[in-house]
Each structure stands twice: as C-alpha cells, then as structure tokens.
Design a protein around this ligand. Structure first.
Ligand SMILES: Cc1ncc(COP(=O)(O)O)c(C=O)c1O
Length: 461
C-alpha cells in the first residue's frame, strides 16, 4: 500500500510499519486457507472472484459461512465479533429472533406481488414519526433511493444541475459518481473543486451536471448557487459524512445550507443511507433538527433484507402522487422487505436498544481513547450512535481535503490486527467505520479495545 508519508507520526514508529503489515498479512493468510480456496474457485465464475468490487479485500477476500448474534464465522471456522455489519446494514446483528420470525412468517404468505400490502403503511407511518417527513415510497437499494431523489429534485424544479459534496458517496448511478474519492492530484483548488468522474463509464455530459462543494463549507455552495443562478435543482449530502471515516457537520452548517438552497429555489436531500437508524431512531435529521426536503434510507432499514425508502415533504411527494414523476420498480414495496423493515422498526430498533448501543459506544470510545492517551498516539476516535472509527490524525477532520492527508497504512495495520484478533471491522482502511448492533455486548467491545491495545503496543515507540 503506497504512502505519500515518509516520516512516522508522533507516537508511532514508522520504520517497521511495512514489516508489521507484512507480518499481520501472513498471519491473516495462515488463518484462512478455506477462503483462499473459495477465492481461487470463485475467480472461475465470478468477475474478480467476488459479488461486489468492494468485497475484494487485501490480502484476500474473506468468505463467510454464517452469522449469529453479534458474531460472524468464516469458512475456516474462525469467529469474529462483527463490527463490519455488512457495510453498516446489520444493525439488528445476525439471525435476530424477531427478524427470523418476521421473514419466516412472510415467506409462508408469499414473497412478491407487486401490489401494496398493509406493512407498507405501517412502515411509512413509523418513518414519518421518526424522521418528520410525511410521505414515503420504497425502493431496493441506497443507489435507487438517491437516484430517485436526484430525479425528483430535477423534476420539481425543472433544472438540471445538482450539487454534491467532495468525498461524498451516494451509490453508483451516474449523477452522483462524481468526486467520490478523487486523487489529491485531481481535486483542483479548494475554492473550486474539480468534477472528477468516480469510475469509467460515466459520460462527461452527466459529470458536468454535478457541481462539487466542500463539506462544512457554506461559502462554496453560495458561490455555486450564484454562479449558476436559477439552474441548480438541489443538493444531496450525507448530513454526517460516513464515506470518509466520520466527519461531523459543524454547528449551523446544515441549517445554513437549507436556507441557502431554498433562497435559490433549490431543494435539499439528506442521504441517510448510512446515518438513518444507526445514529439514532430518527437519524441525523432528528439529531440536527434540520428538516430537508427529501430523505433517503436503505442499509439498516430492512434489518438485513434489501429495502430502501425515500421520504419527502407533502409538496415534493405531490410530484410522485400526481404521476408527474413516475417512481417505479417491480420490487418496490416488496412484502418480504417490508416484513423485515416492520420488524426492524417496531421490534428491533427500540428505545431500549438505542440505550444499550449508546452505553457500548461510550465504552468503545473511552477504552480506545485511553489507549491513545496512554501511548501518546496521533489518533482520535469519532463516533455517532452505533457508528464510530479511529482517525489516525491529531486533529478533527472537517472535509475531504483533510481526510486525504491521513496516512491510510495505519488504518490497514489496525484492520489486520483486529481481524487476526477476532474482530471484523469493515475493510477499506480509513474510509469505513464500525457498526455496533443491538446484539453486541460489553465483551464484544472489550475485544475491540483489547485488540486496539495490542495494535498500539506493536506500533508505538
Ligand atoms: C451514504 C450512502 N448512500 C448511498 C449508498 C448506496 O447504497 P447501496 O449500496 O445500497 O446502493 C451508500 C452505500 O454505501 C452510502 O454509504
């Protein structure tokens, strides 16, 4: 893993960093011969040997056999405390009795009709109560939800341009595949971030319709709205950035954005695909008290079953109700997905569960924070509800440019230590964060902290 950083960060000895990573990768490979065999076999029939490109982990993909409670098990029989949570979706943990029962019951009643069922209303009513937006529709993935939200902002305003945040990820449709993880050499000046396609296959004509602003930077949004007066349909943003570690919004930032956009006749979409349900019962919307025009949910909503939702104000969703914007999909409102969402909202993600998660969050933050302080490491912990991560930087990060400055090798070394010590954190180094589920307990968090302590001992001077 290449690094632009030559000298060690305070508290770390850098000379051996490469050696420590190599040693941990060897341990990793020794523990997982079964995964190696599966990876080799899979390459014959699955492109890249995986089912999504982000399952290609270094030094090799990890093949799982099953999950139960707070744990997952690989095909070699190794047990892990699962803090990966399927990239933030497994807030229910695994095989939660309420989820198993709901899914089993619905399987016996039919899993697909493409006609509405009562659970659609139960789930929509509960989402309205939690997130404060009155009208909802369903989809199947976060990508579909943000695609519909972008379409809707354009449909309502009759404008083509949208604004997104540099370093923000909103799924893999064309309009938001812009400046997701741009390289330092491509980002352009801070006052005018470049519009960098995030992948091949994205037409330049579409990329040009997506303007890019810095996070926590209302001036960049004001400037874009001024420069493109009357042409911006709206802005899509993660209210708490969660695809660049965790970056918190500064006080007043989101409220100012809403005011600015509305003053220009543009709309605001909160992409709560990651933050919704995991940061609290009503996501970042309830936490910040800022009401957007649209909210996108997915991941944790289905308790492990694929479902997404788009919520909107009455005015926004009238465009759907009237048919002016046709929001469609064969599997939208699928009964199996709705049974999962109903169980998740009504039986799993309860006030008591959020209280438990908060206690575990505090335990993790305190435990890891203590190790950092004892060792004098240049790192800190950022958390929001069930989500948290170690940021290997002395200072709080406030935007993607700050995030770019973090040496990713520390995150990779930490991930390997956790993995070899029986804790499955999400791969991809500094980008991702942990998810504490409703089934985790103190012993799980203590394993996380214990591994961090061993990592810190091996890495510090
Ligand atoms: C904030 C955010 N929005 C949208 C998506 C896309 O969701 P999906 O992978 O379900 O399409 C993701 C996925 O990681 C995400 O993190």
């Amino acid at each position: 893993m290449a690094s632009q950083h030559d000298s060690p960060q305070p508290g770390f000895r850098d000379k051996e960093l490469g050696e420590v990573i190599a040693e941990q990768e060897q341990i990793f490979l020794r523990r997982q011969p079964g995964s190696a065999r599966m990876a080799a076999r899979a390459r014959g029939s699955l492109a890249g040997g995986v089912t999504s490109s982000w399952q290609i982990t270094v030094p090799q993909p990890i093949w799982l056999s099953h999950g139960r409670g707070s744990k997952v098990y690989d095909v070699d029989g190794n047990e892990y405390v699962d803090l990966h949570g399927g990239y933030g979706a497994a807030l229910a943990g695994h095989a939660h009795p309420a989820m198993v029962e709901a899914i089993r019951a619905q399987a016996g009643l039919g899993t697909h009709f493409a006609q509405p069922t009562e659970n659609a209303v139960v789930v929509a009513e509960e989402l309205s109560r939690r997130f404060g937006l009155p009208q909802w529709r369903f989809a199947n993935s976060g990508t579909e939800a943000t695609m519909d939200a972008v379409h809707l902002m354009r449909s309502i305003t009759g404008r083509d341009l949208i604004i997104k945040v540099e370093g923000g990820y909103h799924g893999h449709h064309d309009s938001v595949q812009v400046s997701v993880t741009p390289d330092p050499g491509d980002v352009g000046p801070a006052h005018k971030p470049a519009q960098v396609p995030a992948s091949s296959g994205i037409p330049a004509a579409i990329t040009n319709l997506t303007l890019v602003a810095g996070f926590n930077d209302t001036e960049s949004v004001a400037r874009l709205l001024d420069e493109h007066r009357g042409q911006v349909a709206g802005m899509i943003i993660e209210p708490i950035m969660m695809n660049a570690g965790i970056i918190l919004p500064e006080p007043g930032y989101l409220a100012t954005l809403a005011d600015l956009l509305h003053a220009h006749g543009a709309l605001l979409t909160f992409d709560e695909v990651k933050t919704g349900l995991t940061t609290g019962p009503g996501g970042a919307t309830a936490l910040t008290g800022v009401r957007p025009d649209l909210i996108c949910l997915a991941k944790a909503l289905g308790g492990g079953v694929a479902i997404a939702a788009v919520g909107g104000t009455g005015e926004v969703m009238e465009h759907v109700a009237s048919g002016e914007y046709e929001m469609v999909g064969t599997f939208n409102g699928n009964p199996l997905a709705l049974a999962g969402a109903r169980a998740m909202l009504c039986e799993v993600a309860t006030p008591a569960a959020y209280e438990r998660i908060e206690a575990l969050r505090a335990r993790a933050v305190a435990g890891i924070g203590q190790v950092i302080a004892d060792r004098g490491l240049t790192a800190h912990v950022v958390s929001a509800g069930a989500k948290g991560c170690v940021v290997f930087s002395p200072d709080r990060v406030r935007d993607y440019r700050g995030f770019l400055g973090i040496d990713d090798r520390y995150s990779h070394a930490h991930w390997l230590f956790q993995h070899n010590g029986g804790v499955f954190l999400p791969p991809w180094g500094k980008i991702e964060q942990w998810l504490i589920s409703v089934q985790h307990d103190e012993a799980d968090i203590d394993r996380l902290v214990g591994n961090f302590s061993r990592f810190a001992a091996a890495m510090s001077s």
